[in-house]
Design a protein around this ligand. Structure first.
Ligand SMILES: [Cu+2]
Length: 636
């Protein structure tokens, strides 16, 4: 059980220190510590059918990395008589109940609290509390859903609230009146901390970091479930940034999406399945998933800059130049536990699912593939180009293979047991994540975390190999990519498309076209590795499946448009993240689709007669990233 011991420090201790502090706290009056709020307990007390809650805002010292760091001074909420906490106290009632909230402001400037209000009003009232003052508000929690309240002291709006008042957020959960519809849940509030201004006077985003319930990875809570559990989470993005949230190994069902005012509860036929969902600034999501396989998994933001190692706070903070050097050219941490702890930060949650007693792994025959990790330089401390090479069966090992971006498209078949032997010909450790595939945890690609049956997945060291077993249960469009030093390895070539077909089906590259977005070494988005042919030919009358994928590092808002004379034609969305949509969710729509990081979309399109169109990739602000002329010709 050696590996079980290896797992223990990482998966069971939620408070492991990531960095030691280099300085002692300065003498003098130090403010009270700010506690982490895991949102398990609701605040207030019910009197005569009304939830009474007394809140205060004060300055506190928050220790995001560990209890012995110097900490940072922030404004935080507390319930009177309790410690300051981040996020603020959770308010929780049943729909139709009233809430009476008092807020006392111990900050030096006027506090404005938003969200303590009924939700069926066109305009929500705010609560304005002068320094040293107390104000109260009474309202009816009139609509079931996931909400939050937030405060600012600078008089600024949500998008500009970046500094000491950015932690002034609290969940407001309104449960359904029918108790049978209340599934046990967990509430996670996403927050952002920016330490101040950079040398140009702009917000120092480079040294900012993100947290789940007040903690950045590796201090985030470790979630523990039993195989077969149904899991229900509510996520509140209380930041002025967007987060494409990705669950490894499982699809989750989206049951509601909301914003700073309203929540839209999906009725069963409207609920969507996803492995990644983009949470825009200030929005919320209610999701559920079924833990049908055991092991250890992560749920994280796929905007890679939001999961880089934390920058340190106070005297431990590194310069931007040092951070960039560490991320792009610095040494790779070789110990897989240190990598999992130190190589990621910010928005990562780890989940352990205990196996049922009868769980066992398939041990029969498997189809054989080899995936080689290639690179163009053996030098250390350099930025090298990478690529993948794929061989089938007993084909000889490739030597000096040309580096292709994206990597070769891997074609698997539904329910066909397959072995992929990954051989690392590069001089850096790596590992492969099978994005969107429902596989055994041990092969999921997160070195030091992915595990089951007592084994923890290692890194693949140079000149070493690792054998992956997988049996994809559904057809669809998926991706594979490195999960180690991803800023460096992914921007330099380690990604590719993975398509699962039905058993016996052959890949038809003409009828199925892959359009994969990625990031190049200059940190710009590119399409199909950058060398997209300027023209493509399609046949009139034939049905095509366009498989759109986004594996960029930091382009969450890219959109695909299929236009004729500048106007979108129509297509039909048939799958999202590899999950085939039920018939009632397929609808013809204008050919314009945002594909965020970690998402795939399959669109079906048929051109009735010869014409000329263009497939365009645009940013959210409409600027063009890539364009391909599409000639539709008469059937052969
Ligand atoms: Cu993010």
């Amino acid at each position: 059980m050696r590996s079980a011991i290896v797992m223990a420090p990482l998966l069971l201790l939620g408070t492991a220190a990531s960095r030691s502090a280099s300085g002692a706290r300065s003498p003098g009056a130090s403010p009270a510590s700010v506690a982490f709020n895991d949102n398990r307990v609701a605040a207030g007390a019910v009197h005569a059918g009304v939830l009474d809650v007394h809140l205060e805002v004060d300055t506190g010292a928050w220790h995001p990395y560990s209890s012995d760091s110097t900490g940072v001074h922030i404004l935080a909420f507390r319930e009177v008589g309790h410690p300051l906490e981040t996020p603020g106290p959770m308010l929780r009632v049943t729909a139709g109940e009233r809430i009476h909230a008092w807020v006392t402001n111990h900050a030096a400037t006027t506090l404005v609290v938003h969200g303590l209000a009924s939700r069926r009003r066109v305009v929500m009232d705010t609560l304005v509390v002068p320094p040293g003052g107390t104000r109260d508000v009474e309202f009816t929690a009139d609509a079931e859903g996931t909400y939050y309240y937030w405060g600012s002291t600078s008089g600024t709006g949500f998008e500009d609230r970046l500094y000491a008042d950015a932690q002034l957020n609290g969940a407001l959960i309104v449960d359904p009146t029918d108790a049978r519809q209340r599934a046990p849940d967990r509430v996670f509030v996403i927050q952002w901390y920016i330490p101040g201004h950079d040398s140009t006077g702009a917000p120092d985003r480079e040294n900012g970091f993100f947290t789940f319930n007040g903690r950045p990875w590796p201090n985030t809570e470790r979630l523990s479930y039993e195989q077969g559990d149904s899991i229900h989470w509510r996520i509140i993005n209380a930041t002025a940034d967007v987060h494409p949230l990705h669950l490894h190994g499982f699809f989750y069902q989206i049951r509601a999406r909301g914003d700073d005012q309203q929540d839209t509860l999906y009725w069963p036929a409207q609920r969507r399945m996803a492995v990644t969902e983009l949470l825009l600034d200030g929005t919320t999501m209610d999701l559920a998933w079924f833990a049908d396989r055991p092991g250890s998994w992560i749920f994280h933001c796929h905007l890679n800059w939001h999961v880089v190692p934390n920058p340190g706070v106070g005297p431990a903070m590194q310069s931007d130049a040092m951070r960039d050097h560490d991320l792009f050219t610095g040494p790779v941490i070789h110990d897989m536990n240190d990598h999992a702890r130190e190589g990621m930060g910010g928005l990562v949650l780890a989940i352990h699912i205990r196996p049922r007693a009868d769980w066992h792994q398939y041990a029969g025959p498997r189809r054989q593939l080899h995936l080689y990790i290639e690179s163009d330089s053996a030098a250390t401390d350099t930025v090298r180009r990478f690529g993948y090479e794929l061989t089938q069966g007993n084909a000889p090992e490739p030597r000096n293979a040309a580096l292709q971006w994206p990597g070769p498209t891997i074609v698997l078949h539904r329910n066909e047991p397959t072995t992929i032997t990954i051989v690392n010909h590069s001089p850096e450790p790596s590992q492969v994540h099978w994005h969107g595939l429902e596989i055994d945890s041990y092969y999921d690609g997160v070195a030091g975390i992915s595990s089951n049956a007592g084994m923890v997945e290692p890194m693949i060291m140079p000149n070493d190999s690792f054998v992956v077993h997988l049996t994809p249960p559904r057809t669809g469009s998926f991706m594979y990519h490195t999960h180690i030093n991803d800023l460096r390895q992914q921007s330099h070539g380690l990604y590719g498309a993975l398509v699962v077909l039905d058993s016996g089906q052959r890949r038809d590259p003409d009828a199925n076209r892959i359009y994969m977005l990625s990031t190049n070494a200059q940190d710009e988005p590119i399409l199909n590795g950058g060398d997209l042919p300027p023209e493509a030919t399609f046949q009139a009358g034939r049905t095509y499946r366009l498989r759109f994928m986004n594996i960029t590092l930091d382009s969450p808002g890219l959109e695909f448009h299929l236009v004729r004379d500048g106007a979108p034609i129509r297509w039909t969305r048939v799958a999202k993240d590899g999950f085939t949509l039920p018939a009632w969710q397929r609808e013809s729509s204008p050919a314009r689709q945002r594909v965020s990081i970690g998402e795939t979309y399959d669109m079906q399109v048929m051109f009735p007669k010869p014409t000329e169109l263009a497939l365009e990739v645009r940013r959210a602000n409409e600027t063009l990233v890539a364009r391909q002329v599409i000639r539709v010709v008469a059937p052969h």
